[in-house]
Ligand binder design. Structure first.
Ligand code: SF4
Ligand code: SF4
Length: 128
Protein backbone atom coordinates (compact mmCIF):
# COMPACT_ATOMS: atom_id res chain seq x y z
CA UNK A 1 0.00 0.00 0.00
CA UNK A 2 1.29 3.46 -0.82
CA UNK A 3 2.63 5.00 2.39
CA UNK A 4 4.84 7.92 1.56
CA UNK A 5 5.34 10.84 -0.78
CA UNK A 6 8.59 12.55 0.05
CA UNK A 7 7.95 16.25 -0.38
CA UNK A 8 11.68 16.84 -0.05
CA UNK A 9 12.41 14.69 -3.10
CA UNK A 10 9.33 15.21 -5.24
CA UNK A 11 9.85 17.42 -8.29
CA UNK A 12 6.11 17.62 -8.96
CA UNK A 13 6.39 15.97 -12.36
CA UNK A 14 2.94 14.44 -11.93
CA UNK A 15 3.88 11.04 -13.36
CA UNK A 16 2.68 9.04 -10.37
CA UNK A 17 -0.67 10.82 -10.42
CA UNK A 18 -1.16 9.93 -14.07
CA UNK A 19 -0.03 6.30 -13.96
CA UNK A 20 -1.86 5.17 -10.83
CA UNK A 21 -4.56 2.81 -12.10
CA UNK A 22 -6.91 3.47 -9.20
CA UNK A 23 -6.56 7.24 -8.87
CA UNK A 24 -5.12 7.17 -5.38
CA UNK A 25 -3.50 10.61 -5.57
CA UNK A 26 -4.94 14.06 -5.64
CA UNK A 27 -2.98 16.68 -7.53
CA UNK A 28 -2.11 19.64 -5.33
CA UNK A 29 -0.50 21.97 -7.84
CA UNK A 30 1.72 19.13 -9.05
CA UNK A 31 2.39 17.57 -5.68
CA UNK A 32 0.77 14.14 -5.31
CA UNK A 33 -1.23 13.77 -2.14
CA UNK A 34 -2.36 10.33 -1.01
CA UNK A 35 -6.11 10.88 -0.96
CA UNK A 36 -7.62 7.41 -1.38
CA UNK A 37 -5.12 5.06 0.24
CA UNK A 38 -7.70 2.28 0.58
CA UNK A 39 -7.93 2.15 -3.21
CA UNK A 40 -4.24 1.34 -3.55
CA UNK A 41 -3.63 -2.03 -5.18
CA UNK A 42 0.03 -2.24 -4.09
CA UNK A 43 0.99 -2.51 -7.74
CA UNK A 44 4.20 -0.43 -7.36
CA UNK A 45 3.62 1.33 -10.67
CA UNK A 46 3.90 4.78 -9.11
CA UNK A 47 7.12 3.84 -7.33
CA UNK A 48 8.55 2.42 -10.54
CA UNK A 49 7.78 5.56 -12.50
CA UNK A 50 9.02 8.10 -9.98
CA UNK A 51 12.29 9.43 -11.42
CA UNK A 52 13.58 10.78 -8.12
CA UNK A 53 12.69 7.93 -5.74
CA UNK A 54 10.17 9.97 -3.80
CA UNK A 55 7.54 7.29 -3.19
CA UNK A 56 7.31 4.31 -0.93
CA UNK A 57 4.84 1.48 -1.42
CA UNK A 58 4.86 -0.95 1.51
CA UNK A 59 4.49 -4.64 0.65
CA UNK A 60 1.44 -4.94 2.90
CA UNK A 61 -1.73 -4.64 0.88
CA UNK A 62 -4.38 -4.98 3.56
CA UNK A 63 -3.70 -2.17 5.96
CA UNK A 64 -1.52 0.93 6.31
CA UNK A 65 1.74 0.75 8.20
CA UNK A 66 3.67 3.57 9.86
CA UNK A 67 6.85 4.47 8.01
CA UNK A 68 9.73 6.78 8.73
CA UNK A 69 11.13 8.61 5.72
CA UNK A 70 14.60 9.07 7.14
CA UNK A 71 14.86 5.38 8.04
CA UNK A 72 13.66 4.35 4.57
CA UNK A 73 16.14 6.68 2.92
CA UNK A 74 19.00 5.51 5.14
CA UNK A 75 18.23 1.89 4.32
CA UNK A 76 18.18 2.63 0.58
CA UNK A 77 14.56 1.51 0.38
CA UNK A 78 13.21 4.58 -1.38
CA UNK A 79 13.34 3.81 -5.07
CA UNK A 80 14.65 0.31 -4.52
CA UNK A 81 11.86 -1.29 -6.54
CA UNK A 82 12.60 0.97 -9.49
CA UNK A 83 16.26 -0.01 -9.23
CA UNK A 84 15.42 -3.69 -8.90
CA UNK A 85 13.44 -3.78 -12.11
CA UNK A 86 16.11 -1.82 -13.93
CA UNK A 87 14.18 1.37 -14.61
CA UNK A 88 16.35 4.43 -14.74
CA UNK A 89 19.29 5.31 -16.92
CA UNK A 90 22.07 2.77 -17.36
CA UNK A 91 20.51 0.20 -15.07
CA UNK A 92 20.49 -3.46 -16.08
CA UNK A 93 16.96 -4.70 -16.66
CA UNK A 94 15.50 -7.70 -14.87
CA UNK A 95 15.35 -9.49 -18.21
CA UNK A 96 19.07 -8.95 -18.69
CA UNK A 97 19.79 -10.40 -15.25
CA UNK A 98 17.33 -13.28 -15.51
CA UNK A 99 19.07 -16.64 -15.36
CA UNK A 100 15.94 -18.79 -15.42
CA UNK A 101 16.49 -21.66 -17.84
CA UNK A 102 14.32 -21.60 -20.91
CA UNK A 103 11.22 -23.73 -20.48
CA UNK A 104 12.32 -26.24 -23.08
CA UNK A 105 15.44 -26.96 -21.04
CA UNK A 106 13.54 -27.90 -17.89
CA UNK A 107 10.60 -29.79 -19.38
CA UNK A 108 11.05 -33.40 -20.48
CA UNK A 109 11.60 -33.60 -24.20
CA UNK A 110 8.47 -34.07 -26.28
CA UNK A 111 8.13 -36.21 -29.40
CA UNK A 112 8.02 -34.15 -32.58
CA UNK A 113 4.64 -33.90 -34.27
CA UNK A 114 4.38 -35.41 -37.71
CA UNK A 115 4.47 -32.83 -40.51
CA UNK A 116 0.86 -33.54 -41.53
CA UNK A 117 -0.38 -32.71 -37.99
CA UNK A 118 1.59 -29.48 -37.96
CA UNK A 119 0.07 -28.60 -41.32
CA UNK A 120 -3.39 -29.32 -39.92
CA UNK A 121 -2.80 -27.17 -36.81
CA UNK A 122 -1.57 -24.33 -38.99
CA UNK A 123 -4.54 -24.65 -41.33
CA UNK A 124 -2.39 -25.68 -44.25
CA UNK A 125 -4.02 -29.10 -44.71
CA UNK A 126 -7.38 -30.75 -44.05
CA UNK A 127 -7.79 -32.89 -40.96
CA UNK A 128 -6.88 -36.56 -40.87
S1 SF4 B 1 0.95 1.25 -5.76
FE1 SF4 B 1 -0.33 1.26 -7.61
S2 SF4 B 1 -2.42 1.55 -6.92
FE2 SF4 B 1 -1.04 2.11 -5.22
S3 SF4 B 1 -0.77 4.32 -5.39
FE3 SF4 B 1 0.91 3.36 -6.51
S4 SF4 B 1 0.19 3.19 -8.64
FE4 SF4 B 1 -1.60 3.60 -7.35
S1 SF4 C 1 6.54 10.70 -9.86
FE1 SF4 C 1 7.83 11.27 -8.10
S2 SF4 C 1 8.60 13.31 -8.62
FE2 SF4 C 1 6.85 12.92 -9.97
S3 SF4 C 1 5.09 13.82 -8.88
FE3 SF4 C 1 5.19 11.65 -8.30
S4 SF4 C 1 6.41 11.62 -6.40
FE4 SF4 C 1 6.74 13.61 -7.37
Amino acid sequence: MIELVSEARCTECGLCIRVCPTNVFDDHAGLPVIARQDDCQTCYICEAYCPVDALYVAPYGDEPVAVDEDALAAAGTLGSWRATIGWGRKRPTMAALDTTPFIDRILPSQPELPAREIDFILGRAPGP
